[in-house]
Design a binder for this molecule. Structure first.
Ligand code: SF4
Length: 381
């Protein structure tokens, strides 16, 4: 792959206008480039036929349009969720997951919830992750690096080409902690909304609890939705499941969320997995009810997904699903909380929540062969 020098893919409108100026052109050329790159999805400068030939020649000399590449696809034979292995510019890989409509929720939420009509793409913001949440496969990879803006936006644009229909919702719930790549994630949200025309209210940034960055997001004017992986409203339990709670405990997290709500007037989504014998006691649920009353919110209950395939040890290996999940959902509803029970999407291809961990391309190819043999299906989205 060629060098990233002056790679225009991933630049914001402001940055493209600055670039145009740097090479001696008028700033409005930046807007033309922005439209060609994102709205019109041009792969080369030659395709940008509304630009003067001399300008296109200048671009050929000074710039490139380098995107990430989808190198493998794996489709769930159970529910048509598709996992994409995405190759980055330096040869590292991340995963993105396309979740078809009517799969986000189950039960009566699936009948009524508007999100059921949406095509959702779950994208990664980092290669690996440093946060070591005990239920998460990505944590077993360690942290490799932050993704660039182009690598984040590129996941959406490359998958969109293969999906042959509009991706309506984006969730930053793939690999990595988006708030630890804050600037690039915010720029990517800007491009997704202004360049790809995806409404900010259909984009969700999910954090494990970086209270400092929640405050920054509140101040940034970013209109994307905020989700917090909560998993316990008791400090001791949460620290055990999510070591980040040592640095940003529940008091700090809630103070940041109150600030966020005061600034944005938006409600927060709490993501919650109930683990048997860990966070599903009556006391834990009572604490959750208390905490959830502090800021307008909804609670998304995510089914347990095994990460045994990573060979994880310690607490991660001993976690098991709670048998009380539905009873807890009812109890939360009885406390007048807004509760949704999410479906398991793509568990058979290790694409469900918490299961993303990059394998080699060879290992992917082996899994694709196996799942195709099992289902008799081909891979296209
Ligand atoms: S759940 Fe998110 S923040 Fe926690 S280790 Fe996994 S990728 Fe990182």
């Amino acid at each position: 792959m060629t060098s990233l020098h002056n790679n225009l893919f991933g630049l914001t409108l402001q940055e493209l206008s600055d670039f145009a100026e740097r090479i001696g052109e008028k700033r409005y050329r930046g807007k033309q480039l922005f439209d060609w790159i994102y709205a019109k999805d041009a792969s080369s400068f030659a395709e940008m036929t509304s630009l003067a030939k001399s300008f296109r020649e200048l671009l050929e000399q000074h710039a490139s349009l380098e995107r990430v590449e989808i190198v493998q696809r794996q489709r769930s034979h159970g529910d048509a969720t598709t996992k994409f292995l995405v190759k980055l510019h330096d040869g590292l890989h991340v995963e993105s997951v396309l979740i078809p409509p009517r799969l986000a929720f189950r039960g009566h939420e699936a009948d009524h919830e508007e999100e059921q009509r949406r095509l959702t793409l779950c994208i990664s913001s980092q290669a690996g992750c440093a946060l070591d949440c005990k239920f998460c496969a990505t944590a077993t990879m360690g942290f490799l690096r932050n993704l660039t803006v182009g690598e984040i936006v590129g996941q959406v644009m490359q998958v969109r080409r293969e999906a042959h229909r509009p991706i309506t919702n984006i969730v930053f719930m793939g690999m990595g902690e988006p708030m630890m790549n804050f600037d690039n994630v915010m720029k990517a949200v800007d491009i997704l909304t202004t360049g790809l025309n995806i409404a900010a209210r259909r984009i969700t940034v999910s954090t494990a609890g970086r209270a400092d960055k929640i405050r920054l997001m509140a101040e940034s004017g970013c209109k994307a939705k905020l989700a917090v992986s909560l998993h316990s409203a008791v400090d001791e339990t949460r620290t055990m499941l999510m070591p980040i709670n040592k640095k940003f405990n529940l008091a700090e997290l809630m103070s940041a969320l109150e600030y966020y709500h005061a600034k944005t007037r938006k409600r927060v989504t709490y993501e919650y997995i109930f683990f048997g014998g860990v966070n599903d006691s009556d006391y834990e649920v009572a604490q959750l009810v208390k905490l959830a009353r502090r800021v307008p919110c909804k609670v998304n209950i995510i089914p347990f997904h095994s990460i045994a395939f990573t060979g994880v040890g310690g607490l991660g290996a001993s976690l098991k699903p709670s048998t009380r999940m539905n009873a807890i959902a009812d109890r939360l509803r009885a406390a007048h909380l807004s509760v949704f029970v999410r479906s398991s999407a793509g568990e058979d291809i290790d694409a469900a929540c918490g299961q993303l961990a990059v394998k080699t391309e060879e290992e992917y190819a082996r899994q694709v062969r196996l799942s195709t043999r099992r289902s008799g299906s081909t891979i296209p989205v």
